[in-house]
Design a protein around this ligand. Structure first.
Ligand SMILES: Cc1cc2nc3c(=O)[nH]c(=O)nc-3n(C[C@H](O)[C@H](O)[C@H](O)COP(=O)(O)OP(=O)(O)OC[C@H]3O[C@@H](n4cnc5c(N)ncnc54)[C@H](O)[C@@H]3O)c2cc1C
Length: 419
C-alpha cells in the first residue's frame, strides 16, 4: 500500500524510524532548528515511548519506568505519527517499506531503531528493563525469605550500558541491609575497573562503594557460560550462584537495503550519515558506536538534526558528534553524577559529584528530550539533596491524565501498559 503523495510536502521530507531516545531527540531538535523547513514523519512499531532507566529503581519502590503516547508528542512537534515496523529500505527510490505493507517516501531517512537485547547467558534472569522488573522483584523476595544465599550480577558483554548492573547490585545490598552478611553478592564485569569509561575517579568511588556494601567485584572477567549454578569466567575462574542476573548482549537489526556490520550495527560518519548512502542517517544504539547509552544517542541525534536542518536551508553550521558521557548512578543512597569526555585516552576529563553536573538532572540527558520530559512528564530526577540520603526517590510523576484518547497539541499523555 503506497502513501498518497499527490499533495506536495511542506519542505524537506524527513522520515524518522524509531520512537525511542534518538528518534524523539532528532524530531525535537529538527523542529527547533529547521522550523517549518522540514516535513517530519515518525514511524514506530509500538504506540509508546518507555523511559527505561528507572526500571532499576522500580523493584525497590524508588522510581517508576513510565511511558507516554508517541502520537501526542509527535503532534506537539507538528509531526505525523505512523504505526509500523521497518521491513526494508530502497535507497535508490527513497522508499521505506513496513511489515504491515506501507510504502513511505522520504527525502532524508533517519534510522533510530535502537538495539535488540539478547540473552547472553543460558541461566538466570536477563534484565532488559521494564519487562523484567517483576522477575527481579520476585528474586529479591526470595533473598529476603532466605530461599537463596548468593546472587551474582554479570555484565557479559562490553557492548552494553553497564550502569544498570551496578545500580541493581548497590540497591540490592542497601535493600537487604544487615542481611548482606547472610547473602553473598558479587558482580562480574569485563571492564578493567568498574565504569572505567568514566575515568579513574569514578572507578575509585565505585570500588569503595561496592566494598562498603559487601559486593565482591570480579573486574576484567568475562562471564562466558552459566550452568548448574556455576558461572564460568574467562580468562580464568568460576563463581557458584543461587541466583544470577545478567545484562543482555546488544545486537543491531539488519535492514535489507542498509549496509551493516556482522552484528547488525550501522556505521556512520561524525554527522550521522550512513556510510555509502547520501540521504540516510542513523543515530543511537543502532549505530556501530561502541557505547550504547541514551545520552550519547541524543548527542548523535543532535548532530543528525543539525546536518539535516542545514540541508533544509536552516542557517546553522552543523557540529559533528563529540561524545560526552553523563551518568546518574542510583545507589540506594545519595546518587552520583558522573561525567566524562570520550577521547579514547585515559579519561582525565572525568568528574564525579554528589551535586547535579547537568540540568535537568535526568538519567537520559538530551538537549531537547530531557527538558521536555521534565516539563511534560514531570520527570523529577534524583534531587541533589534528598531529605533522607538513604531514600533517594527518582520519580516519574505522571502528572498528565492516563487517558489514552484526546491528546492536545502541546501536551502528551502518559500511559501504563505493556512494556
Ligand atoms: C535498564 C536500562 C537502564 C538504562 N539506563 C540508562 C541511563 O541511566 N542513562 C542513559 O543515558 N541510558 C540508559 N540506558 C540506555 C538507553 O535506554 C539506550 O541507550 C537508549 O534508549 C538508546 O536510544 P535509541 O533511540 O537508540 O533506542 P531505543 O530507545 O531503544 O528506541 C528504539 C526505537 O525503535 C523502535 N523500533 C525497533 N525496531 C523497529 C523497527 N523494525 N521499525 C521501526 N521502529 C523500530 C522501538 O520500538 C523504539 O521506539 C538504559 C537502558 C536500559 C535497558
Amino acid at each position: 500500500m503506497s502513501r498518497d503523495t499527490s499533495k506536495p510536502p511542506n519542505g524537506l521530507r524527513v522520515l524518522i524510524v524509531g520512537g525511542g531516545v534518538a528518534g524523539l531527540e532528532t524530531m525535537m531538535a529538527l523542529r527547533a532548528i529547521a522550523e517549518e523547513r522540514v516535513d517530519i514523519e515518525l514511524v514506530a512499531p509500538e504506540p509508546q515511548f518507555w523511559y527505561r532507566p528507572l526500571a532499576v529503581a522500580e523493584p525497590f519502590a524508588a522510581g517508576h519506568a513510565g511511558a507516554f503516547e508517541l502520537a501526542g508528542v509527535a503532534s506537539a512537534y507538528g509531526t505525523r505519527f505512523t504505526l509500523g515496523a521497518l521491513a526494508s529500505v530502497e535507497p535508490e527510490r527513497h522508499i521505506v517499506r513496513t511489515t504491515n505493507g506501507l510504502e513511505l517516501p522520504y527525502d532524508v531517512l533517519v534510522l533510530a531503531l535502537g538495539a535488540r537485547p539478547e540473552q547472553a547467558l543460558k541461566e538466570g534472569l536477563t534484565f532488559r528493563g521494564p519487562a523484567d522488573v517483576g522477575a527481579f522483584s520476585r528474586l529479591l523476595f526470595a533473598l529476603e525469605e532466605g530461599e537463596a544465599r548468593s546472587l551474582v550480577f554479570a555484565i557479559p558483554s562490553a557492548t552494553a550500558w553497564p550502569l544498570p548492573a551496578y545500580e541493581l547490585a548497590l540497591m540490592t545490598a542497601k535493600h537487604l541491609g544487615d542481611r548482606t552478611d547472610e547473602v553473598r553478592l558479587a558482580l562480574v564485569t569485563p571492564e578493567r575497573r568498574p565504569l572505567a569509561l568514566f575515568g579513574a575517579a569514578a572507578s575509585d568511588a565505585l570500588e569503595r562503594l561496592l566494598e562498603e556494601r559487601g559486593i565482591a567485584l570480579h573486574a576484567g572477567k568475562h562471564a562466558v557460560a552459566a550452568a548448574g549454578g556455576i558461572l564460568r569466567l574467562a580468562p580464568t575462574g568460576e563463581l557458584p550462584f543461587d541466583r544470577l542476573v545478567s545484562l543482555p548482549r546488544l545486537r543491531g537489526q539488519p535492514i535489507p537495503g542498509i549496509p551493516h556490520d556482522r552484528h547488525g550495527f550501522v556505521s556512520t560518519d561524525a554527522s550521522g550519515r550512513v556510510r555509502g548512502l547520501d540521504d540516510v542517517y542513523a543515530a543511537g544504539d543502532i549505530t556501530s558506536f561502541p557505547v550504547k547509552q541514551g545520552g550519547l544517542a541524543a548527542q548523535q541525534a543532535d548532530a543528525v538534526a543539525e546536518s539535516v536542518a542545514a540541508r533544509a536551508g536552516a542557517p546553522i553550521t552543523p557540529q559533528p558528534f563529540r561524545p560526552v558521557l553523563r551518568g546518574l548512578l542510583l545507589t540506594g543512597g545519595a546518587p552520583a553524577y558522573l561525567r566524562s569526555e570520550i577521547t579514547g585516552g585515559s579519561g582525565e576529563a572525568s568528574t564525579v559529584a554528589a551535586e547535579p553536573l547537568w540540568w535537568p538532572p535526568a538519567k537520559i540527558v538530551g538537549r531537547y528530550l530531557a527538558p521536555f520530559l521534565a516539563e511534560h512528564v514531570g520527570l523529577t530526577a534524583a534531587s541533589a539533596r534528598p531529605a533522607d540520603p538513604c531514600a533517594v526517590v527518582v520519580d516519574v510523576a505522571l502528572k498528565l491524565a492516563t487517558d489514552r484518547a484526546a491528546v492536545e497539541p502541546g501536551s502528551v499523555t502518559s500511559v501504563q501498559g505493556e512494556r
